[in-house]
Ligand binder design. Structure first.
Ligand SMILES: [Zn+2]
Length: 193
C-alpha cells in the first residue's frame, strides 16, 4: 500500500462489504458499497488552483516528481509559493477527511474530492476547517505557512493528489519510484490548462 489514506480507504471498503456479506439479513445489499464507489467516479472534478490569487507562475513546472527530494526521494506534489497568511482554498468540492498537526507536513488538511481522489494540503500556517466539513471549490481551509519540514524555507502550499485506485497507464518505468505515479496524480494535469 502506498499511503495511510489509501490503506484506510481499502480497509473501510472491504470491511463494509464483508459486514454485509456476513449478515444474512443484509447480504443482498453487498453491492451497495460498489455502487457508491461508482457514483463517486461520476462526480465532475472542476479543479481550481488552491491558493487565493495564485496563477500557474506560483509553482515550478518541474515541481512534480522532482528528484532527489530528501527523505521523500521524489516530490509527490507541487509547491505553490505565496506570502504567509494567504488563503488556502479547496481545489475541488469534497469532504474534509482529517486535519493534522506535526510531522513532515506540519499543519495539514486531507480532503476527499470527486473520483475518490484525496487532496493533501500541507505546511499551513493555520487550519480553518474541521474533519467531516463539506467544502466547495474555493472554500477557505487555512492559510499558507512554513510548518513541518518547510520551516525556514519560503512559505508555500504543498499540494498533492492521491488515489486508492491505481491508474495503470500512469506507471512510469523511466522515473525514480515511477510505479508510484499510479497512485500520486500530477495536479498540473488539471491546473495548467
Ligand atoms: Zn512540496
Amino acid at each position: 500500500m502506498i499511503t495511510n489514506t489509501t490503506k484506510r480507504f481499502w480497509i473501510t471498503l472491504l470491511t463494509s462489504i464483508a459486514f454485509l456479506v456476513r449478515n444474512r439479513a443484509y447480504r443482498k445489499w453487498f453491492w451497495l458499497p460498489l455502487v457508491v464507489v461508482g457514483i463517486g467516479f461520476l462526480i465532475p472534478q472542476n479543479m481550481i488552483i488552491p491558493v487565493a490569487g495564485a496563477t500557474i507562475k506560483n509553482w515550478d513546472d518541474h515541481s512534480f516528481w522532482a528528484y532527489p527530494w530528501g527523505t521523500s526521494i521524489t516530490h509527490k506534489g507541487i509547491d505553490i509559493f505565496a506570502e504567509k497568511g494567504t488563503s488556502v482554498i479547496a481545489a475541488t468540492k469534497g469532504i474534509v477527511v482529517y486535519t493534522h498537526k506535526g510531522g513532515k507536513g506540519g499543519k495539514s488538511v486531507m480532503i476527499l474530492g470527486p473520483k475518490w481522489r484525496f487532496h493533501y494540503y500541507a505546511h499551513l500556517d493555520e487550519i480553518d476547517t474541521f474533519p467531516l466539513a463539506p467544502v466547495a471549490a474555493g472554500s477557505v481551509i487555512g492559510t499558507v505557512g512554513d510548518t513541518g519540514n518547510a520551516k525556514g524555507k519560503p512559505p508555500h502550499l504543498h499540494y498533492a493528489i492521491t488515489t486508492p485506485f491505481p491508474y495503470i497507464n500512469l506507471r512510469d518505468d523511466t522515473a525514480v519510484q515511477g510505479w508510484k505515479k499510479m497512485y500520486y496524480l500530477d495536479p498540473d494535469t488539471w491546473l495548467r490548462q
